[in-house]
Write a protein that binds this ligand. Structure first.
Ligand code: FAD
Ligand code: SF4
Length: 394
């Protein structure tokens, strides 16, 4: 593809200069001029109101997707217990379904799971596709991919949402390849474009410095993964729904992997994603003695200790207690941020907490922008004082 300027039509308005991500358009003598570093990406084409920017690319036709309908959620479960993210995804799926006037469906795959269908329905599913067979439990990639692929090809959903968990991150890319569509991973917001009626999938990009909104015009289903804790689950006890039993035709030989043994990793602490109170520390905590103080405060509040990437890398908190873009997303009732600057990558994981209390000696620290209460001061004075006041008199 080549891009060029019809200078007779150009009035030098500069819209294309602002639109070019490569800084490859300059205004010279009142006219736009395409510079050598132009990559022919085409980002400027739609910006020019005068149609002065032209290209020899043949416009891609948007296929007819009128036979695709429905917002689907892959209902992740382990040992017959639904993953929390599944219920959260049903919450946002209802919003998208209302917007598109389409049904919300959950796809539940495993063995002897009918007892979970009611929970999926009361969390928002209008219908549950239930695929049950001993070879589907526990999760194995090829087995679940095959069931999902067959169901997608048969029922043609418009949107498919999957949790960005270990299982979801294993399933989603392989499935997207099988059905020949794109996949937007780790979305933090989903909505429907009011004009084009397509799914707008927002996620952090360029190291979390910008939020990119990605849309898929040319294939269906529109597929996204969403991290646990980002969306909100909703319940409606009176909601009714239908269960569709799916035929499973799978040969053990097609699955290729066997589960020989399963054992649970011994955790020394409760998962921070389930904790109602989190006391989080950053570089300002400055060492093990400081973290011991945070643990005392967390114990008094029946909470857990978490931290920024800096302190997780230094080994003061375990890797699974790192909060943020490359760590966990948490939504506790109370998040106490101690000695944390509040970088965007950290805020991405905690800004949906109900109440945020920040303790920082720098009054300009960005954490104060998202805090409900801010304490400007040295945490080595403030935290012991909190501990003193919270400790019951003996
Ligand atoms: P700093 O930014 O150094 O802040 C320390 C703060 O402590 C300062 O505000 C200071 O004023 C305050 N302080 C110092 N002493 C005291 C004291 N005695 N009392 C009170 N306050 C004090 N970070 C994450 O946390 N999670 C992520 O998932 C994550 N993912 C990332 C992904 C990418 C691609 C990149 C590029 C970065 C990521 N980061 C992540 C790193 C992030 O950009 C920041 O570097 C990090 O969050 C900063 O950690 P911090 O707040 O502990 O340290
Ligand atoms: Fe010229 Fe069109 Fe660019 Fe405006 S947007 S400067 S009219 S080429």
């Amino acid at each position: 593809m080549t891009v060029w300027i019809e200078s007779d039509l150009c009035d030098g308005c500069r819209r294309c200069v602002r639109a070019c991500p490569y800084d490859a358009i300059a205004i010279e003598d009142g006219k736009a001029n395409i510079l050598e570093r132009c990559t022919n990406c085409g980002a400027c084409l739609a910006e020019c109101k005068n149609r002065a920017i032209q290209s020899d690319a043949v416009p891609k036709e948007i296929p007819d997707f009128s036979d695709h309908e429905g917002v689907w959620v892959y209902a992740e479960q382990r040992d017959g217990v639904l993953a929390k993210v599944t219920l959260e995804l049903l919450g946002i799926a209802q919003e998208l379904g209302q917007e598109r006037r389409q049904k919300v469906s959950a796809v539940l795959i495993g063995d002897r799971l009918e007892n979970l269908t009611h929970d999926l329905i009361r969390h928002g599913a209008d219908q549950v596709f239930l695929a049950e067979d001993p070879c589907l439990q526990p999760y194995r990639t090829l087995a679940h991919v095959k069931i999902m692929e067959d169901l997608i090809n048969e029922h043609k959903p418009e949107i498919l949402l999957i949790g960005a968990t270990h299982i979801g991150r294993d399933l989603a890319p392989r499935l997207s390849r099988r059905v020949g569509v794109g996949l937007t991973a780790d979305c933090t917001a989903l909505s429907i474009d009011p004009e084009e009626k397509i799914l707008l999938q927002t996620r952090p990009a360029f190291g979390g410095n910008v939020m990119a909104t990605i849309a898929n015009r040319y294939s269906r289903p529109q597929m996204a993964t969403v991290r646990p804790g980002v969306m909100e689950a909703r319940t409606d006890e009176a909601k009714a729904g239908t269960i569709i039993h799916c035929e499973v035709q799978l040969d053990e030989a097609d699955i290729k992997t066997k589960v020989l043994e399963m054992f649970e990793e011994k955790r020394k602490h409760a998962p921070i994603t389930d904790s109602k109170v989190i006391v989080a520390g950053g570089r300002g905590v400055n060492g093990e003695a400081g973290f011991q103080m945070l643990r005392t405060l967390a114990d008094l509040l029946d909470g857990e200790v978490a931290g920024t990437r800096v302190v997780a890398e230094q080994g003061f908190v375990p890797a699974d207690c790192q909060v943020g873009q490359t760590g966990k997303t948490v939504r506790p009732e109370i998040y106490i941020a101690c000695g944390i600057s509040g970088a965007i990558q950290h805020r991405a994981g905690m800004m949906n907490s109900r109440f945020i209390i920040a303790i920082n000696k720098d009054p300009d620290a960005p954490i104060f922008k998202v805090a409900d209460w801010g304490i400007i001061g040295d945490l080595h004075d403030v935290v012991p004082e909190l501990v003193r006041q919270l400790t019951p008199a003996s």
